[in-house]
Design a protein around this ligand. Structure first.
Ligand code: URA
Length: 443
């Protein structure tokens, strides 16, 4: 087999076989196939696309390129969840204890944040003492004992994807649906879950800007899951504004605790109940989404979900007293009000700009090795649809000190709010759901 022939076949619109794709991925991983040939192939895929069969074969080849986590020692159906990334997205902090309290074992590996989106691991580490590096054995034992564990990604999961993603990043080939779908799913499959629920964002703050493209991406990922025997469901939600009010590590932990107590923001609560209901159905603990949702609502109102969060924090070395005394979480010494310069209605909030604002305050990393300040961040006071008076506070910056840099961040946050003199049409948060059975639009 020769790479050049496979590049040509794809360039001309052909379908590569599983063994041809494995040849490319294995050869590229070993360094036998050079970057320039892999780039040419990725560009051919960008223009020609891939069939569902090709996409599944590529995913498996990448999943097989490194460690495969065997969650076999954990009893029950393990359901993983993945989000395509969002600002203020703390759903894992809520979903993991919530679905665990409904009897679904959660054995989750999460990442750290880079750029404008925060990582679950950083958020958890804002709880004093919380450890995210556990041995595989301790990780599995904890899931068997208390029903959940969340750790940092360890080992060598899908290294071929890592190498290919870095190449795509510099060859303008990231925005290809089969390449994104196979990249995401290769890591999920290597991480060992039996079933996967995907939280696919759409809108200005998301990878996919239109509902149509988001649905195509979700469909491609569900097809892969189905093809490789992992039950997969995808929920598409709007990302035209941050999720909830809090952006920043400790602030997001606090908002997650409020949500587990049943007092969380409406959008965040709704998304968690919907994603959670799909996890419960795939995990075999309910037959219908409506039944699963009721079960989860009961787990919140009875306090079972919150109790699960507490035991999760304790089990991983964190201080569980933060649940009842959130002021024990890291607190920023200074809070600055950001005020609206004009009156009107909030029509949109640029999520990415707010993510960048939080990062500039120190809540995120501009580079891989940057150190995070867990206490700082942005709290929104107004969301899309809200009325604002001129001079009214629209957001609060939690900072170490007030200086020129925080003044710039204030201005960035003010600019991220699009205020008009009319009330915008209501936009639904949840747009569609895609399962092996097909697509269902909420609106
Ligand atoms: N996230 C991934 O993991 N892979 C992509 O290709 C794009 C986003």
């Amino acid at each position: 087999m020769r790479s050049v022939d496979l590049i040509q076949k794809k360039r001309d619109g052909g379908e590569l076989t599983a063994s041809e794709l494995t040849f490319l991925i294995d050869g590229y991983s070993r360094g036998d196939i050079p970057d320039y040939q892999m780039s040419a192939w990725a560009m051919a895929v960008f223009f020609r696309g891939m069939t569902p069969k090709e996409t599944a074969a590529l995913t498996l080849a990448m999943a097989n390129s490194g460690d495969q986590v065997d969650l076999g020692p954990i009893s029950g159906i393990k359901v993983d969840k993945h989000s395509t990334g969002g600002v203020g997205d703390k759903t894992t902090l809520i979903l993991a204890p919530l679905v665990a309290s409904a009897g679904i074992p959660v054995a989750k590996m999460s990442g750290r944040g880079l750029g404008h989106t925060g990582g679950t691991i950083d958020k958890l580490e804002s709880i004093e003492g919380f450890r995210t590096e556990l041995s595989r054995e301790k990780f599995m034992n904890q899931v068997n004992e208390i029903g959940l564990s969340v750790i940092g990604q360890s080992g060598n999961l899908a290294p071929a994807d890592k190498k290919l993603y870095a190449l795509r990043d510099v060859t303008a080939t990231v925005e290809s649906i089969p390449l994104i779908a196979s990249s995401v799913m290769s890591k999920k499959i290597a991480a060992g879950a039996d079933a996967i629920v995907l939280d696919v964002k759409t809108g200005s703050g998301a990878f996919m800007k239109t509902l149509e493209d988001s649905e195509k991406l979700a469909q491609a990922m569900v097809n892969i899951g189905t093809e490789v025997g992992r039950n997969t469901a995808a929920v598409i939600s709007d990302m035209d504004q941050p999720l909830g009010f809090a952006i920043g590590n400790a602030l997001e932990v606090q908002e997650s605790i409020e949500t587990l107590k049943g007092h969380g923001p409406e959008d965040l609560t709704e998304l968690c109940l919907t994603l959670g209901a799909h996890m419960v159905v795939l995990g075999g603990k309910a037959d219908t989404i409506a039944e699963a949702r009721k079960l989860l609502e009961e787990r919140i109102s009875s306090g079972a979900a919150l109790a699960k969060f507490k035991s999760f924090v304790s089990a991983q070395g964190g201080d569980p007293s933060i649940v009842d005394a959130p002021d024990r979480l890291p607190q920023a010494p200074v809070v600055i009000e950001v005020k609206a310069s004009i009156a009107g209605f909030v029509n949109a909030i640029e999520a990415e700009q707010l993510g960048l604002a939080a990062m500039l305050l120190g809540a995120g990393r501009a580079t891989k090795d940057a150190v995070i300040d867990y206490a700082v961040g942005v709290m929104l006071c107004k969301k899309v649809g809200d009325a604002v008076a001129a001079g009214e506070t629209i957001a609060l910056l939690h900072v170490r000190e007030e200086n020129g840099a925080t003044a710039e961040v204030s201005e960035r946050v003010r600019q991220a709010y699009n205020i008009q003199d009319y009330k915008p049409e209501h936009r639904a948060l949840l747009l569609s759901v895609i399962t092996a059975a097909g697509i269902e639009r909420y609106t």
